[in-house]
Ligand binder design. Structure first.
Ligand SMILES: [Zn+2]
Length: 393
């Protein structure tokens, strides 16, 4: 009897049923609402800062202390910390309480808090530096600033991505070369067969944070590297091979560069909308808030409101950009690892916290990776068409 793709897919689907499936659906669907809540919480925090006159007072203080460049920085740092403080209960709920409620975190509150302090410090510094540049561009080019602002944003993003594997990620986890053993030889064999240098494969101790199985490609230029985490290391060899072949796909298909180009276009478009939306908002409410116009360093909260709204509307586009790359990496990975059942088993394990069988529109709007059903079906179709070949495992 011929191998039946649908029956094989359904056999996998049947292994996630009942309470376990309800839990993974609830966790993932809750995430849809968190996108909206995140926007509303950001909106309310910024409206508080504007409506109570804090932004105006902070801006007057910053401008009285320094010239325009430093004033932008002096405004941004306390403003960003204020927003962080106002949104803190929401962040703690989403990133800590909710993760623990679903049994998805291994961190104590102290460990989580320590990480957050580093995140906040790095984020605040980068954002404040970026605001110096964008505010200066607004003052110099009141109409066309969004193009320069997009260039600066991409610049900061690229520097961050380049430095992350070397200077940022090691602040949170230990990265080490793969230890000797069967996993290393299998992974490096696939890496060499696909033109990926062996010294670019690392092992990261992600079990400090959670039990989630994961691997990733990070960095740019000389810092680009593939890391698999210790949770993946505990899985069966064909499962590891299928995940690492997927990551090799990201590397070989130059996904990081393609994503940066796509993101650059999206940021330029977003800032063009912000360059229309923020003056519109300030013309209506800027007087009441005491904000003197786009060139005022205190325009940052209004700008944040508009860009948060643009990003909220852009959610399906961002998710789809990433999901299309993930589908490409899945196909690359099936061809490179030739282990469709290993890949299907991993897709089932990832479905413990990602809804396994969403509707077509739901997957388009909310999924930044293919759903478990899509992945298993892709693997089973590949298996059906290659099962007769000798090296399929
Ligand atoms: Zn991927």
């Amino acid at each position: 009897m011929a191998f039946d793709v649908e029956l094989a897919t359904q056999a996998y689907m049947a292994t996630l049923k009942g309470a376990a499936r309800a839990k993974s659906d609830a966790y993932f669907e809750g995430g849809y609402w968190l996108i909206l809540w995140n926007f509303l919480v950001t909106l309310i925090a910024n409206l508080i800062v504007l409506r109570l006159g804090w932004a105006a007072r902070l801006s007057r203080w910053a401008r009285s202390k320094a010239g325009p460049l430093l004033a932008a920085f002096l405004f941004a740092v306390p403003y960003l910390l204020l927003i962080t403080a106002l949104t803190l209960p929401f962040s703690i709920y989403t990133d800590f309480v909710r993760e623990h409620a679903y049994g998805l975190s291994n961190q104590s509150f102290a460990e989580y808090g320590g990480e957050q302090l580093i995140f906040i410090a790095v984020d605040t510094l980068l954002a404040a530096l970026l605001w110096i540049g964008i505010n200066a561009t607004i003052r110099r080019f009141p109409r066309g600033w969004w193009l320069g602002g997009a260039g600066l944003t991409i610049g900061v993003l690229m520097v961050t991505i380049t430095l992350a594997p070397v200077y940022l990620n090691p602040l949170f986890n230990d990265y080490a070369p793969l230890p000797d053993g069967p996993v290393k030889s299998e992974v490096l064999k696939m890496a060499r067969a696909n033109g990926v240098p062996a010294d670019n494969v690392y092992l990261v101790d992600a079990s400090r944070q959670s039990d989630r199985i994961s691997a990733n490609v990070t960095g740019l230029f000389g810092t680009i590297r593939i890391a698999l985490n210790d949770n993946l290391m505990k899985q069966d060899i064909h499962e590891i091979r299928s995940v690492m072949a997927h990551e090799l796909g990201h590397y070989v298909l130059n996904h990081m560069w393609k994503l940066i180009i796509a993101v650059a276009l999206m940021i330029a478009l977003s800032l063009a909308l912000v360059a229309v939306g923020t003056p519109w908002l300030l013309a209506r409410l800027g007087g009441r808030w005491g904000i003197e116009g786009m060139a005022d360093p205190g325009a940052l909260p209004a700008l944040t409101i508009v860009i948060s709204f643009v990003f909220l509307l852009g959610t399906p586009i961002t998710n789809s950009l990433i999901r299309v790359q993930e589908q490409e990496a899945d196909i690359f990975g099936l061809n490179a690892a030739r282990a469709p059942d290993g890949f299907a088993r991993i897709a089932m394990k990832l479905s413990q916290y990602r809804k396994i069988e969403p509707g077509a529109w739901e997957e388009y709007i909310f999924f930044d990776h293919p759903s478990g059903h899509t992945r298993v079906r892709t693997a089973m179709r590949w298996k059906a068409e290659h099962v007769a070949e000798a090296d399929v495992r």
